[in-house]
Design a protein around this ligand. Structure first.
Ligand code: GUN
Length: 307
């Protein structure tokens, strides 16, 4: 007699809890860096203008940085700041030995070139991992500072596949919906480095639902609420939802939802990140991880061996 054991579905990937654990490990390592080398990592966040969402992100980054024992500085510039003045500030921060990480919050006002500003940052202080040197290193498989959201997504994915699967990403079909420089493209590089077969889908992709249904790993980074439908999810897939979208609710309030129709997708997925409390908290935790990593790189200090 054949007994069919139903495979478990609908597990929730607890990004909030994972990020908390990561911040605790960072806190311990920051204390050790201070005790052993007299160093306190310092992260400087630069915000230009008054975009409300950016202001909230920057405030959160500052508070979380201090909470792990690092030094946090926030520099706020008016939206009318010239590109030349911003580049001069970046040069000053590059030269300041007490500064270990520099993050220029995006988007920048339209009169500035974000590519030019990012490329002015010392690659060793580029904790966003957006500098062309870090992008290039990641793409050829060299050690690089890796963008925070894809890095956090990969950590969650690996943990979920270890918990609910056979622990290996090798050979799995990964579909990433979204081709941004911040998430989609670096995510593709990271998954290629894990030996996945990677497809990057985007707004011009034909038969998107079909493409998504081929994914053992589905990463949604499109910035459109509940864009990925439940029946686009392959049975047993791992779903990583990078979206953070605010939508109005019937009671006149609003709430945050992801790029995936969570309830419907959960029925098919082996495991799925919720929004909120999924990928979001990992982004800041990985920023701190990158700041710690950058501090060590600048001082030639090896990372402690993982227990
Ligand atoms: N704006 C939205 N996400 C990010 C990010 O990860 N880094 C920076 N610098 N700006 C952002």
């Amino acid at each position: 007699m054949t007994v069919t054991v139903p495979s478990p579905r609908g597990n929730i990937i607890d990004g909030f809890g994972y990020a908390k654990g990561l911040r605790e490990r960072i806190t311990t390592q920051v204390a050790a860096l201070k005790a052993d080398h007299g160093l306190t990592p310092c992260l400087v966040v630069v915000i230009v203008g008054e975009d409300p969402a950016s202001q909230i992100y920057v405030k959160n980054k500052g508070e979380t940085t201090k909470a792990v024992g690092m030094e946090s500085r926030t520099i706020t510039l008016p939206a009318t700041t010239s590109e030349a003045d911003l580049l001069a500030l970046v040069a000053e921060l590059n030269a300041d030995k007490a500064v270990n990480g520099i993050l220029v919050q995006l988007p920048l006002p339209e009169h500035m070139s974000s590519l030019k500003v990012i490329d002015a940052i010392d690659p060793l202080k580029d904790v966003d991992g957006f500098h062309i040197q870090n992008v290039g290193k990641l793409s050829v498989g060299l050690e690089a500072i890796v963008p925070c959201t894809p890095l956090g997504s990969l950590m969650l994915l690996k943990d979920a596949i270890k918990t609910h699967g056979n622990g290996s990403l090798s050979g799995l079909n990964a579909v990433i919906v979204g081709r941004s420089n911040i998430v989609g493209k670096p995510m593709a590089q990271l998954l290629l480095n894990e030996n996945c077969t990677v497809t990057v889908a985007h707004s011009r992709t034909q038969n998107l639902a079909e493409v998504c249904r081929s994914a053992d790993i589905l990463v949604a980074a499109v910035g459109r609420p509940k864009f990925i439908k439940g029946d686009w999810v392959k049975d047993g897939a791992y779903v990583i939802d990078v979206g953070i979208n605010r939508i109005d609710t019937a009671d006149g309030k609003s709430k945050i939802v992801g790029d995936v129709d969570f309830d419907a997708a959960r029925e098919r997925a082996t495991a799925i990140t919720p929004v909120p409390r999924g990928v979001g908290p990992m982004t800041i935790a990985c920023l701190l991880n990158n700041t710690l990593h950058a501090t060590r790189l600048q001082h030639g200090i090896a990372a402690p061996q993982e227990a």
